[in-house]
Design a protein. Structure first.
Length: 329
């Protein structure tokens, strides 16, 4: 009997501790360091919808675009919100490219890593009205046209799209005129309108135009074929798009889609969001998003996530040095 009383007392003592687990007490600002319509914007708003639909939080998530300075506006906002657990940011490769290209006073270590949601792919797209069916056919046409003739549209300057473009130029000898736009949605629209000759948009940024028959994918910059075999158009699935390396264009590049918090937050607060995103990633809506956007579904948190980010930063330093994109270089 005495043992039961001790057990009951210990359970009662533990109960308040369980109830004290941290959770948001007001709406959470979800900062998007990119323009509207692009991959980061679409993913953040998809997360907002999933959380609301399934009641995963008592408070609301409020997506806020802060794209100024190639995303520096968003990163500096979160960096300056030390200790604020009601602010999160979705990151892409401008986590590395923006400070390297602009010397803005920011580094990913100024933030708190929370969760890698996925890795985003890039596809070499052309207008469906053009004759190009393979990367080789298109690159040969760019080389034949000569420097300053063929236009590659992309999001921002000295960021992912231009880094890939520079890598293509270095490996093939082709020379593009790179045209920067504010977001992936605008980039896709420019290609449909014939204002540029190609793009390397993320799948989710151009899938609607591909499905409509306006754009044609030539290859994907992953290291292996995408696993999604459901037809997107009448004849093709994501799986049917060849890997660039296998199609004679030896370039690969994947982009982070991950979550960070401000510096100085507690482990309990980080744990809350890790658990929240675990629930988000378990929903059918998320799985549908992953397939529709042809994402690489690698997901990491904790030390594994931080280590991956550190390795990717080193890779970007090497890529951007080679392209001459580092500020003051």
């Amino acid at each position: 009997m005495k043992k039961r009383s001790i057990l009951a007392a210990s359970l009662l003592a533990a109960a308040p501790l369980a109830a004290q687990a941290w959770e948001p007490t007001k709406n959470v600002e979800f900062i998007i360091p990119a323009g509207t319509g692009g991959g980061a914007d679409q993913m953040a708003r998809a997360v907002q919808g999933i959380v609301a639909k399934h009641g995963l939080m008592k408070q609301s998530i409020l997506p806020i675009n802060k794209a100024g300075g190639a995303g520096a506006e968003g990163f500096l906002d979160v960096k300056g919100a030390a200790g604020d657990p009601h602010k999160i940011i979705i990151t892409l490769s401008n986590l590395f490219t923006t400070p390297l290209a602009t010397a803005v006073p920011f580094n990913w270590r100024d933030l708190t890593p929370v969760q890698m949601l996925a890795l985003d792919n890039f596809v070499l797209w052309v207008n469906a009205k053009t004759p190009y069916k393979t990367p080789k056919e298109y690159i040969d046409a760019v080389k034949k046209a000569g420097p300053g003739k063929m236009k590659m549209g992309g999001t921002g300057a000295k960021q992912e799209d231009q880094i890939i473009t520079a890598a293509i130029e270095q490996l093939t000898g082709a020379k593009f005129v790179y045209i920067p736009y504010k977001g992936g949605g605008q980039v896709a629209t420019q290609l449909v309108g014939g204002h540029v000759d190609s793009t390397v948009n993320n799948p989710i940024e151009a899938v609607a135009q591909w499905r409509a028959g306006s754009l044609r994918p030539l290859c994907v910059f992953d290291t292996k074929r995408l696993p999604y075999k459901t037809k997107v158009t009448e004849k093709m699935s994501w799986y049917d798009i060849p890997v660039c390396k296998d199609a004679g264009l030896p370039v690969d590049y994947l982009m982070l889609r991950g979550i960070f918090m401000p510096p100085g937050v507690t482990q309990d607060q980080v744990a809350y969001y890790v658990d929240l995103f675990k629930k988000v990633m378990a929903t059918p809506e998320w799985k549908k998003l992953m397939e529709e956007g042809a994402f690489n579904t690698t997901a990491l948190n904790g030390k594994e996530y931080a280590d991956w980010v550190a390795r990717e930063e080193a890779r970007h330093i090497a890529l951007m040095k080679k392209a001459g994109f580092i500020a003051g270089q």
